[in-house]
Design a protein around this ligand. Sequence first.
Ligand code: SF4
Length: 195
Amino acid sequence: MKITRRGFLTLSGAVGGGIALSSLGLNLNPTRAYADELDKMNRVKIAKQTITTCCYCSVGCGLVCSTDKATGKIINIEGDADHPINEGSLCAKGAGFFDLTEANKHRLTKVLYRAPGGDKWEEKSWDFAIPRIARLIKDARDKGFVKTNAKGELVNRCETVAHLGSSNIDNEECWLATAKCRALGLVYIDHQARV
Ligand code: SF4
């Protein structure tokens, strides 16, 4: 059975509070999501609002960050309509800012490792991950390091490691990642902002 929000409100008023609508086979999920959104809008209205600037690229779009005064937690991040550059709009990266906060239950908070050929993720520590990443990069680089080209000119480049990313690092982190890649001699370097 399909029902619009307006129809739902009419129907729910008609049947009264004593009947569980879900027991009639109605899908209440869209209505619950709508109610949650209304609740969030009301909380945003009374939240502490802080203006800031998106850190991801040199466009420098303005953001409004809403913080719940009681809990101190961020409850919303959106484009600043009064900002002269973006006038409230955001690209996909900026629009995803709120998902980086702890409100996102799916945000990764620990190291997950899947062994080569494996089909299971294991929880590991950074003490395990960092030396392993370094070892693999070193081994791959040693295999594909080219000191001179066909003409005998010094090139010092690594052709067996590529770097892609990341969509969630800021300008300064991008600089750091690029400097690290260049120091390793990488020539295949790309970033989602370009893609
Ligand atoms: S990454 Fe997107 S939202 Fe952020 S400043 Fe650049 S264009 Fe604006």
